[in-house]
Design a protein around this ligand. Sequence first.
Ligand SMILES: [Zn+2]
Length: 242
Amino acid sequence: MSKNLTQTLLIISPHPDDLEIGMGGTVASEVALANKVVSVVLTDGRRSQRSFDCSDEEMAEIRNREVKAAANLLGIKDLYCLALPNLYSPKNQETLFQELSDLLIKYQPDRVYLPHPKLDRHPSHSLGAELVLAVIVKLIKGEKLTPLRLWAYEVWGLFPSWDLLVDISQFVEQKREAINAHQSQVTDIAYADGVLGLNRWRAVFSDPHHLPKNAYAEVFISLDSYLSSWAKKTPTSRKRSE
Ligand SMILES: [Zn+2]
């Protein structure tokens, strides 16, 4: 039984547009169910490729405006941009640890979503996922975070199988608009067409097939084993098994 009638989802995006591309339809459906969605964007996206002239600082400002517009379109009220220039420097990783810990402790989410640490081939996505998992394990170990479910969403790397398929058919246009709110990104790459094609494929080739003919779907892999593999190593559970 959840602590409230509504559930709290905390979603990690390494860059400002990852939530929209990977799970924009699911987010719109959760908002429609009156669940609380907390979006945490790790970097300011200043390093993204571009075909137009602008400095890294200008790009960071543009992307900050875009992520706010996209959040509005999806009905996200709790948006936190950590605005790190990258995830590689120890100083930035320390900031991520601090700020993300504070947010997790404050919201005590029922579910956390992030890119897959192994299957997502974008280096900032896999590194971001590893850092976030380390924060969560540390907080649970210190009993600062109540048990939660962990889910990976799909962006830069196709999932060979999945644990959960969400029908997003009713929210396709909202997802498309939210992705297209990231104008600096979709000018050069047709993200909405690409990912909605995938979402369509996921629905058409879902097995067992139970969705309507025109359905779209997003898929997720459970990362709960990251938490249980840590739990198996705790002294208490070791003692019990001895
Ligand atoms: Zn990204």
